[in-house]
Design a protein around this ligand. Structure first.
Ligand code: NAD
Length: 429
């Protein structure tokens, strides 16, 4: 007796690998093989240099004790101290943090800031924690990793589920542990305690700067375009606001719970006020509802996935109708989806370039903290604009010269820089 499979079962027989660290390694493999790098260097770059896992207790408001798991991973120190965000998320695990740390190495190298890559996380759902529980969790986590981080070693910053307040608690806890105020131990702090002007908007603003460069290919201006943004937090919310301020028509936005669509353009300031007031877009009274996945399929000029990883996969990449995808989130597109987008002529600006404005201004904040000498917002924004615009042009020129897509071009530049630093320093001892 022969067994025949349903056609759709056959199609699903090969399940796409969504493990973020496997995907990070496969992107590295492609870059290494294109560059013809020494296999010994490739071997070094595959591994994080150091990593720490901690399990620590937190007293909840109800007086019960919960044990949380936290991670800090330092991928590569060859170009300087490590740098990377801290994520509070319910599903985060070691492989996700390793992947994000590696991505940070390439991002810092591409933007030529003197850091290696790191990432940290605590597996928790910040939406279910009270403010005082979040503070106790942040302080205990910081004290668990206090000897693993520091201004010359590894400098955390905000990421998903964390913000300037989280960084203020981290800075205070670190400083208490060291017996002196150490503003340069984290970036993304409030300005009043050593944060940089322009840092809270930096990632979103950088997204708009690189989009503006890309639009020149079609002789288009920001004021000519329609935009959809998935994710309405530090990155997506700010990008939507700046696109709106610069005259683009933002037709759809979404957060983890709701999406809103209006082909005539959304009133972004009122949506931001709603999200700030309620913590979600649930009570916004504009536009019509749209699912977060549906939003990705809109026919817009620019799509900004700025929420979480693995949003554009082999199963939905063929439905993307945007002309340009600008990766606000880290790892929103899988390698399989990348290829489908390429075949469909969707122009993609990769995460390590598109969302690099945050780490550029974090670098400025670190420099200002080390010198105790602070810059104006206008100075910060214009220096960041130069770096982002030049990085975009360098990646575009490499893509055209090598005949490769923008992601591979960005990796070629970044991996080459890290590889050169590793070779020049040599292997100790
Ligand atoms: P955030 O926590 O401030 O915001 C995340 C947003 O995404 C929230 O609005 C949340 O509701 C929404 N979201 C979560 N799951 C969703 C889903 N399935 N569909 C739609 N929306 C969803 O986080 P953030 O700092 O804005 O980070 C977002 C992404 O950008 C992450 O991948 C992060 O690593 C990356 N990133 C952040 C920075 C930074 O400076 N904060 C810099 C570079 C990259």
């Amino acid at each position: 007796m022969s067994i025949t499979m349903e056609p759709n079962l056959q199609l699903n027989a090969v399940v796409e690998n969504l493990n973020p660290f496997d995907n990070a390694l496969s992107q590295l493999d492609v870059a290494v093989s294109h560059l013809g790098l020494d296999p010994n260097i490739h071997e070094i770059l595959k591994y994080p240099q150091s990593q720490m896992t901690v399990h620590f207790p937190v007293k909840m408001d109800s007086e019960i004790i919960r044990v949380y798991t936290g991670y800090r991973v330092q991928h590569n120190r060859s170009r300087g101290p490590c740098k990377g965000g801290i994520r509070f998320s319910p599903n985060v695990d070691e492989d996700e943090v390793k992947a994000l740390a590696m991505l940070m190495t390439w991002k810092c190298a591409l933007l030529n800031v003197p850091f290696g890559g790191a990432k940290g996380a605590v597996t928790c759902d910040p939406r279910t924690l009270s403010l005082s529980e979040t503070e106790r969790l942040t302080r205990r986590f910081t004290s668990e990793i206090i000897n693993f981080i520091g201004p010359e070693v590894d400098i955390p910053a905000p990421d998903m589920g964390t913000n300037a307040q989280t960084m203020a608690w981290m800075m205070d806890t670190y400083s208490m542990g060291k017996g002196r105020t150490v503003p340069a131990c984290v970036t993304g702090k409030p300005v009043s305690i050593g944060g940089s002007e322009g840092r809270s908007d930096a990632t979103g603003r950088g997204i708009v700067f690189v989009t503006r460069e890309a639009l020149k290919e079609w002789k288009m201006d920001i004021t000519d375009i329609t935009v959809a943004v998935q994710g309405f937090g530090n990155v997506g919310g700010v990008a939507a606001r700046i696109f709106h301020e610069m005259g683009a028509k933002v037709v759809a936005v979404s957060d983890a719970v709701n999406g809103i669509y209006d082909p005539k353009g959304l009133d972004i300031p009122s949506l931001i006020a709603c999200a700030n007031r309620d913590g979600s877009l649930t009570n916004s009274r504009t536009g019509e509802p749209i699912g977060s996945k549906e939003l990705l399929e809109l026919k817009v000029d620019v799509l900004v996935p700025a929420a979480i990883e693995n949003q554009i996969t082999e199963s939905n990449a063929h439905t993307i109708k945007a002309r340009v995808v600008v990766e606000g989130a880290n790892g929103p597109t899988t390698p399989g989806a990348d290829q489908i987008l390429r075949e469909n002529d969707v122009f993609l600006i990769p995460d390590i370039l598109a969302n690099g404005g945050g780490v550029v201004v974090s670098y400025f904040e670190w420099v200002q903290d080390l010198q105790f000498f602070f810059w104006s917002e206008q100075q910060v924004n214009s220096k960041m604009e130069d770096i982002m615009t030049n990085a975009y042009r360098e990646v575009r020129a490499t893509a055209l010269h090598e005949g490769v897509n923008m992601r591979l071009a960005a990796y070629l530049i970044a991996v080459r820089r890290v590889s050169d630093a590793t070779s020049l320093r040599g292997i100790y001892p």
